[in-house]
Design a protein around this ligand. Structure first.
Ligand code: DQA
Length: 160
């Protein structure tokens, strides 16, 4: 399926504020699985094609630092999958960090933000991300991964 990808394809998943509580927090909205458990299944599923690393913080500036570290670090990254939690709706700083790097960023939300309170309908991040997946549960991270893994293939096709 992903013929042009190899194990050197680094992908970083960044979860923001309150997402350390997945599995315990409002399970009717966010489900009952911990992110660590879900991550282990993702890492296993994509073990032959990608290195999936994970970062979580409740602190806005640490998320900015992580985005900068990925974007300007020595190791090449295929992309970032970012669920900034409530910072999505408030953070110009995270949007600026995404704008500053050339690494593609896919925005993910577990719940359907458009089916919830009006304050969740606006994202400072969507305009500077490649795209956004919302409302598909944890599967959204898997779908974002599949998108990022298709990028090298697209680049090869574009150059052909
Ligand atoms: C969320 C949606 C946000 O509105 C909320 O603040 C979160 C989680 C989601 O994954 O559905 O913390 O990003």
């Amino acid at each position: 399926m992903f013929s042009n990808v190899n194990k050197m394809n680094n992908i970083n998943i960044i979860n923001g504020v309150n997402l350390n509580l997945l599995g315990k927090r409002e399970p009717a909205i966010y489900g009952s699985q911990t992110f660590e458990d879900y991550l282990a299944t993702l890492q296993e599923k994509y073990a032959s094609v990608a290195n999936i690393s994970y970062f979580q913080s409740n602190i806005e500036g640490e998320i900015v630092n992580q985005i900068q570290a990925i974007g300007f670090g020595k190791q090449p990254y295929l992309g970032i999958i970012l669920n900034a939690g409530a910072y999505t709706h408030t953070s110009i700083a995270i949007a600026d960090a995404i704008k500053a790097i050339s690494t593609p960023v896919v925005e993910v939300h577990i719940s359907n933000v458009f089916a919830r309170e009006a304050f969740r309908h606006h994202s400072f991040l969507s305009p500077v991300c490649k795209g956004m997946i919302t409302g598909l549960g944890l599967l959204g991270y898997d779908l974002a991964l599949q998108y990022l893994l298709h990028l090298p293939e697209q680049n090869i096709l574009n150059k052909a």
